[in-house]
Design a binder for this molecule. Structure first.
Ligand code: AMP
Ligand code: GLY
Length: 440
């Protein structure tokens, strides 16, 4: 079978790499791809939103399965379009993808199905939004309804900040029509985790918990990014907690979507805050997380092509019974970014050391923003590489990943040095300090 992956980031490189390992897969194409997907597959020069061209390519090449990486083509209905042409595709329809593309829709569905999430209100005019903010005595988060490239949620500490967020989103229209409506919700405290599951109709196959690092700098400082690193599994999610998340969040969400005639097929990604009162949904995505996808796929032993084909064909139940086969070793991914990201950054800087890093055992360097120019690989995005390693435990995976990072170099390279630290501290509790002892 020939497979087509749509997108050009680290997530898509991981998908191409994993799918190419399947004995059922004869060739993997990636549209448009990056320098890494060109090594593990074949790049096709078509953008993810050029549906006509993609369909023509898929028909011409006899593509047996298309896998969509990013949210934008899903929100624009790529799945409906491919299906209309009789092509097999893994991902949710436009109606089901609204779970990510409209925060108002997601909150209303959660409210209807009693899924734990922060208290919220929806506004389509700035004046009532301002009045609401002025009468709250707790910190708020103001969110643009539509897709805003991961920048649409503004976490506020004061009334002034929340009022400024309404100004930014609704009055100055910083995200265009995506900010016509806003969700204003209570700000929650706790650790964030990403819970992903393969879903097809009623069948749900949860994946091991992962944790992302959204802030740009060490110690969760600086602006929010698409994700600066991730690891899998996340030990903070115990088996009991995972069961609670399945019963109180995943199952009711999938059932509610079906009841609302938006049956889901694809990856359901629940971004959760683990609060003192239990897990609460911050957001839903309808695709693999990036970078969460990299450590996840590094550990997956089950044939991904078989799994995604079964989901697209609505026969995922066969996997739900067997569960999936995972490498018992944890995996950790460190993102190497261009200075300035998530703001403006330079492109076209030569990347050195990729070959040396690739030769290290149990390491895979996934490409995100890279391009091949005259035989050299150069930077071409904010997130450039996702250096991912397996290890005997998380601390070992971290050591191996950073060892590989130390071999790589490009102008303006920056990365976080604390990926995985919270989990490593959790799995190896420090001896009690005098202070701890005196409090017992
Ligand atoms: P979202 O676009 O809804 O995923 O939000 C992006 C990020 O904003 C999340 O990953 C959180 O770090 C933060 N966030 C969103 N909602 C809340 C909330 N209710 N309380 C605290 N932080 C939040
Ligand atoms: N890593 C967060 C996301 O993919 O949305």
């Amino acid at each position: 079978m020939k497979v087509l992956v749509i997108g050009k980031g680290g997530r898509e490189h991981a998908l191409v790499w994993k799918l190419a390992q399947s004995p059922r897969v004869e060739r993997v194409f990636c549209a448009p791809g990056n320098a890494g997907t060109a090594e593990d597959g074949v790049n096709v020069d078509i953008e993810p939103t050029e549906f006509d061209k993609l369909v023509r390519f898929a028909v011409r090449e006899g593509i047996g399965l298309t896998v969509v990486g990013p949210e934008e083509p899903l929100a624009l209905g790529i799945v409906d379009f491919f299906q209309k042409h009789g092509l097999r595709i893994f991902g949710p329809t436009k109606a089901a993808a609204e779970l990510e593309s409209s925060k108002v829709f997601a909150k209303e569905l959660m409210h209807w199905a009693d899924i734990p999430t922060a208290d919220f209100r929806v506004f389509d005019h700035p004046d009532p939004a301002r009045r609401y903010i002025e009468t709250r005595d707790y910190p708020l988060v103001v969110k643009a309804d539509g897709l805003a490239g991961g920048k649409g949620a503004i976490v506020c500490s004061t009334t002034e900040e929340a009022l400024a967020a309404v100004e930014h989103i609704m009055v100055r229209e910083a995200f265009g029509p995506a900010g016509r409506r806003v969700v204003i919700e209570k700000r929650l405290e706790g650790q964030e985790v990403s819970i992903l599951a393969f879903v097809s109709g009623r069948a749900i196959v949860p994946l091991p918990p992962t944790q992302d690092h959204k802030a740009a700098f060490d110690g969760d400082q600086g602006p929010n990014t698409g994700g600066m690193g991730a690891y899998c599994p996340a030990p903070i999610v115990t088996p009991d907690l995972m069961r609670e998340i399945e019963t109180t969040i995943l199952v009711p969400t999938v059932h509610a979507l079906k009841r609302w005639r938006r049956t889901f097929c694809g990856v359901l990604y629940a971004g959760l805050m683990l609060t003192n009162q239990g897990p609460r949904v911050l957001e839903f995505n309808v695709r693999f997380g990036d970078p969460e996808c990299q450590p996840l796929l590094m550990r997956l032993k089950t044939d991904l092509a078989e799994l995604l084909t079964a989901a697209a064909d609505e026969t995922l139940e066969s996997f739900a019974e067997d569960r999936l086969d995972w490498d018992p070793r944890p995996a950790l991914c460190v993102v190497l970014a261009s200075k300035g990201y998530p703001g403006a950054y330079q492109k076209g800087r030569a990347i050195l050391g990729l070959d040396v890093a690739a030769r290290l055992p149990d390491v895979k360097v996934f490409h995100a923003g890279t391009r091949r120019v005259e035989g050299r690989i150069v930077t071409d995005g904010g997130r450039v590489l996702g250096v991912t390693a397996l290890g005997n435990d998380l601390a070992d995976a971290k050591k191996r990943a950073y060892e590989a990072v130390s071999r790589i170099e490009f102008g303006g390279m920056f990365f976080r040095r604390d990926i995985g630290d919270k989990a490593i501290a959790l799995s190896a509790p420090a001896p009690p300090t005098p202070q701890d002892r005196s409090s017992t």
